[in-house]
Design a protein around this ligand. Structure first.
Ligand code: ATP
Length: 263
């Protein structure tokens, strides 16, 4: 049976400066229940692509369907209803500085879900325990490490039971051990709530650890989608170089870490 498409981008074009396209003729489909990584080098248009899905940026041309609607043609209220189905974890967590960890998480549930206060009060310790942050419930974001803030950001994105979770560079700046822990946590909670998950990253290792299905973004275009084997079988010289030569040249995070610690 064909899975349901929850996001379809068709022939999307975006440019901020004339004749300098940031996304060009971009096609992308996201299916219900899948995990997908969008992998591309810095400046390839990954953040812009997320902003298109969220309706933050309107493309110059192309069609966009998010949960059955063209998000750009919706009135504020309808758009809010669509956005309530989407959990977003931004780079660095993007928490409210003046709210405690619990308040940050509760704010998302209060605004995006129908959970009662009692349900919300039960969910917060349950989710915090899953990321080993029970002790941080009453702390302010400024009292947390980068990795802890990131974990709170994931909880805030996922505790609302979103139908689609968008994770922007979920492990950027984290050490290799924390990176592995964070990916495991995302997988575990994602499975538990059964959400569709899209991760955006420039890290090849993280890309394939997050999802088997990876879409390669280059210069604003998706130039291949599939498993690593599928992508290598495309015989696209740029993709092969990106996935293999770069990998060999730059080594894994763990190897870099070992090399650095032996210096
Ligand atoms: N608001 C804007 N105005 C002008 N140019 C922009 C704007 N937003 C993005 N760009 C340009 O669009 C291109 C793609 O940017 P984008 O942030 O989407 O890439 P990215 O793949 O997410 O990069 P990174 O991995 O470095 O975060 C870059 O050249 C960037 O300078």
């Amino acid at each position: 049976m064909q899975s349901t498409k929850i996001v379809t981008l068709n022939d999307i074009n975006v440019s901020f400066i004339k004749n300098k396209p940031v996304l060009q003729n971009l096609d992308l489909e996201i299916f219900k229940g899948e995990s997908l990584t969008i992998l591309g080098p810095g400046g390839s248009g990954k953040s812009t692509l997320l902003k298109i899905i969220l309706g933050i940026i309107e493309p110059q041309s192309g069609t966009l369907n998010v949960f059955g609607k063209n998000i750009n043609s919706l009135l504020h209220k309808e758009r809010s209803e669509i956005l309530k189905k989407i959990g977003i974890a931004f780079q660095q967590g993007a928490l409210f500085d003046f709210m405690t960890v619990s308040e940050n998480i509760d704010f998302a549930m209060e605004n995006m879900t129908q959970f009662t206060q009692k349900e919300r009060e039960e969910r917060i310790p349950n989710f915090l325990a899953q990321v080993n942050l029970t002790h941080a419930a009453d702390k302010l974001p400024s009292e947390l490490s980068g990795g802890m803030r990131r974990r709170v950001g994931f909880i805030r994105a996922l505790i609302t039971n979103p139908e689609l979770a968008l994770l922007d560079e979920p492990t950027a700046g984290l050490d290799p051990v924390t990176t592995t822990i964070v990916i495991d946590i995302i997988h575990r909670i994602g499975r538990q709530i059964g959400t569709t998950m899209v991760c955006v990253t420039s890290n090849i290792d993280v890309a394939f650890r997050f999802a088997k299905k990876v879409a390669i973004l280059k210069d604003g275009k998706i130039i291949g989608v599939g498993t690593k084997a599928d992508l290598l079988n495309l015989n696209n010289e740029w993709i092969t170089n990106f996935l293999t030569i770069r990998e060999n040249k730059f080594h894994t995070d763990e190897e870099i870490d070992m090399n650095e610690s032996s210096v």
